[in-house]
Design a protein around this ligand. Structure first.
Ligand SMILES: C[S@@+](CC[C@H](N)C(=O)[O-])C[C@H]1O[C@@H](n2cnc3c(N)ncnc32)[C@H](O)[C@@H]1O
Length: 282
């Protein structure tokens, strides 16, 4: 059962097929597991923001973590709830990651799977980070997994590739046993650093003919750049501990595919700023 929502009978196609369509990033689960093991060994709990279907959270809970997963989507949480039936150490909360208030405080907060890109303005991003900081114990760790923007790809989108549908992945839909082809048309708004994604799913029969085609509402994602993130974290009162270019701990470099940020809420009395932060509600 999900706190703050009615359970839904009908789950949308995106939530229903999310796990089949989105594989783990290389090294991702080991990276999160190591972070969470330290927290669990101190008896502290973990919060995952924008947890979706529990792709990450459920395995961490199965490995011994006490976990809260928060997401704004009833459909994603309904899938998470079904998948985690019988796991007592996990709790789902329907809330907006920009404005939530839980009674618990956490040893770690994770924002996996590029979910932070859903926040489109500096105020929304800072509001989310301030909420996260408020829910961390002093010394607690925040991990944010972001895309490392590919300038060649963004450049192509503003030239001739913008708005053109291309096949990005195929997966099997468990409900029908049919193959689904995901086509995406991306475009990029330079003035707001927003990538806009239109997705079309084509469900295929055994001969490869399209039996059903579904168009998703356009999704707007903010493209974050390295020093923008550094400024955001500083604005909200986080100390950056590390910035990686993948989940194997390699430093962020030009060719890095990902940006993984590890930041801490300063310890109380460390001399570092840990009071309320102006303009963030923190
Ligand atoms: C790409 S999915 C990632 C899910 C999960 N973190 C993972 O790695 O599999 C993005 C998730 O962000 C959630 N989301 C978007 N905006 C949100 C918000 N303002 N507050 C909470 N969740 C949000 C969506 O509902 C969706 O489940």
């Amino acid at each position: 059962m999900v706190e703050g929502s009615d359970e839904r009978e009908k789950i949308g196609f995106y939530a229903e097929t999310y796990d089949a369509a989105v594989p783990d990033w290389p090294g991702e689960m080991d990276f999160y597991q190591k972070t969470v093991d330290q927290v669990t060994s101190r008896g502290e709990a973990v919060l995952e923001l924008a947890c979706g279907t529990g792709r990450v959270a459920i395995r961490l809970a199965q490995a011994g973590a006490k976990l809260v997963g928060l997401d704004i989507s009833s459909d994603m949480l309904a899938v998470a709830g079904q998948k985690s039936a019988g796991i007592d150490s996990i709790r789902w909360v329907k809330a907006d990651m920009r404005a939530f208030e839980l009674e618990e405080r956490f040893g770690a907060i994770l924002i996996p799977g590029h979910a932070f890109h859903n926040l489109l303005t500096p105020d929304d991003q800072a509001a989310c980070l301030a909420c996260a900081r408020r829910h961390l114990m002093p010394g607690g760790v925040l991990v944010v997994h972001l895309d490392h923007q590919d300038m060649g790809w963004l450049g192509d989108l503003v030239r001739d590739k913008g708005g053109v549908f291309v096949e990005e992945e195929t997966f099997e839909r468990a409900k029908t046993g049919r193959k689904v082809r995901a086509l995406r048309a991306w475009s990029y708004e330079r003035s707001t650093q927003t990538a806009i994604c239109r997705t079309r799913w084509e469900e295929l029969d055994a001969k490869g003919d399209v039996v059903e085609s579904r168009d998703e509402d356009p999704l707007r994602l903010h493209c974050l750049f390295r020093f923008e993130v550094e400024h955001l974290l500083a604005r909200v009162g986080f100390e950056v501990e590390a910035t990686y270019g993948d989940f194997f701990g390699h430093p962020l470099e030009d060719a890095s595919p990902q940006m993984i940020w590890v930041a801490r809420r300063p310890q109380a009395g460390s001399g570092k700023r840990d009071g309320a932060v102006l303009g963030t509600g923190g």
